[in-house]
Write a protein that binds this ligand. Structure first.
Ligand code: AMP
Length: 419
């Protein structure tokens, strides 16, 4: 398999799938350029080695072709600033202009293609189907877009001599630019530095963790985390479950959870997870107490109560002090820590204490030599809110991709490069 460090880019055109899906304000300015900065080392490497670069990405979720608010044109000044190189633009990724500009690239030059998702072929999903479309019409539309997706992918591939995937955030999608294009570069495809770093960090935790290994899973619902819980259960020594899911477990065990988030259809699953933990000898830690509120609001009245005895009309929105102490003890003894999902509604300061305490415990364990990996959109926002991102071992840029990788699913974007 080719690698970015061993490949000879001299005189070559590299098409790089980056994740430039950055937030823009109403004026079209980039409000957080983390993802752009994350892609710079890979782009620089190709340019420094005498190659040229074609950048491709999606931005947002356009559903009906080109729309100015989803145009990648808006991000050019930020990319130029971060890269220190002028960036040319092709305003239609399939246009004659894109092909001629790509063909004319000289070493050291960079071309950015317009948003790939202006074409349904990027995702390979039909668009514009009538709401009352029959199953046959849906199947025919799907077949048509799949057929034209081949041409779309082939054309993108024709712009370059080699392909680099550096978009971990979309690696769980089998789209034209994230997976299908790789087949046109059997010996000239590789991961970029960001992808390499992500895979190394997650593999270190999943394949070869120093023990004790503790996973902390939070978030709102059990239903979205079951597969992750089940896969991690086989690997960890301690499993801390926090956030809204706590109450499904407590209610399944016969507790009273008031108005807290609760999924009765997941009671059997929750009981089964508890049983599995026992069988596997995993120390499963649930929050013993909760900060309950009389409204879903930062200004609500609050009280600390047992997480299985929450009064009617009140909802558990954060973990309580006893839970914080219990979590801290387990995290403090860990050598490997994986954290996905806040344990309270951290967006409101009143309910951010539990997540802050977890962050502090993880930072302290990391300072003592533990390896800590944090990931998932909300968790990253959470660690950034506390200004502690540089005090843990690795912060993953992946949301859905990270979760699927943790579930043990082979990501299409990863498989396409490795096979
Ligand atoms: P998820 O996308 O499932 O990882 O959920 C993340 C969200 O869960 C965050 O926005 C938190 O505000 C929310 N959350 C965490 N704890 C609770 C809770 N006890 N009740 C309701 N929402 C919660």
């Amino acid at each position: 398999m080719a690698t970015i460090d061993s490949y000879d880019f001299k005189g070559k055109r590299a098409i790089i799938r980056v994740d430039f899906n950055v937030p823009l304000n109403e004026k079209g300015e980039v409000t957080d350029d983390t993802r752009i900065r994350a892609a710079i080392p890979t782009i620089k490497k190709v340019l420094d080695e005498g190659g040229s670069v074609i950048l491709m990405s999606h931005l947002g979720r356009p559903k009906k072709g080109p729309e100015d608010k989803f145009s990648l044109r808006h991000i050019i000044p930020t990319v130029e600033k971060r890269l220190g190189v002028k960036v040319d633009f092709a305003d239609d990724c399939m246009g004659a202009d894109a092909a001629s500009k790509a063909a004319a690239l000289k070493p050291g030059q960079v071309l950015l293609l317009e948003n790939l998702r202006f074409y349904a072929e990027e995702e390979g999903k039909p668009r514009g189907l009538a709401e009352d479309a029959t199953d046959e019409e849906k199947a025919a539309a799907k077949k048509a877009v799949k057929a034209s997706q081949k041409e779309f992918t082939k054309k993108l591939a024709s712009y370059a001599d080699c392909y680099i995937n550096d978009a971990f955030g979309t690696a769980h999608r089998a789209h034209a630019s994230t997976a299908l294009i790789a087949e046109y570069f059997p010996n000239d495809k590789m991961f970029g530095y960001l992808m390499e770093g992500e895979l190394k960090a997650i593999d270190k935790v999943l394949q070869n963790p120093a023990k004790p290994f503790t996973a902390i899973l939070g978030g709102s619902k059990v239903s979205t985390k079951i597969s992750v819980i089940e896969n991690l259960m086989k690997r960890v020594d301690n499993l801390i479950l926090g956030g809204g899911m706590t109450y499904t477990f407590k209610a399944a065990l016969g507790g009273k959870v008031g108005q807290s988030i609760c999924e009765p259809d997941q009671f059997d699953t929750a009981l089964n997870i508890l049983k599995q933990a026992k069988e596997l000898g995993v120390n499963l830690v649930l929050a013993e107490d909760a900060v309950a509120a009389d409204a879903f609001s930062n200004d609500a009245n609050t009280q600390v109560c047992p997480s299985d005895n929450i009064p009617d009309g009140w909802e558990g929105l954060d973990v309580g002090p006893k839970a914080i102490d219990a979590f801290d003890k387990v995290i403090g003894e860990s050598k490997t820590i994986l954290w996905n999902g806040p344990v309270g509604v951290f967006e409101m300061d009143t309910f951010a204490k539990g997540s802050r305490a977890i962050a502090d415990s993880v930072v302290a364990a990391t300072a003592k030599g533990a390896y800590s990996l944090i990931g998932g959109g909300d968790t990253v926002a959470c660690i950034n809110k506390f200004g502690l991102a540089d005090k843990v071992s690795y912060v993953s840029t992946g949301g859905g991709a990270l979760l699927e990788y943790m579930e043990g699913i082979e990501l299409p974007g990863v498989a396409a490069i490795r096979k």
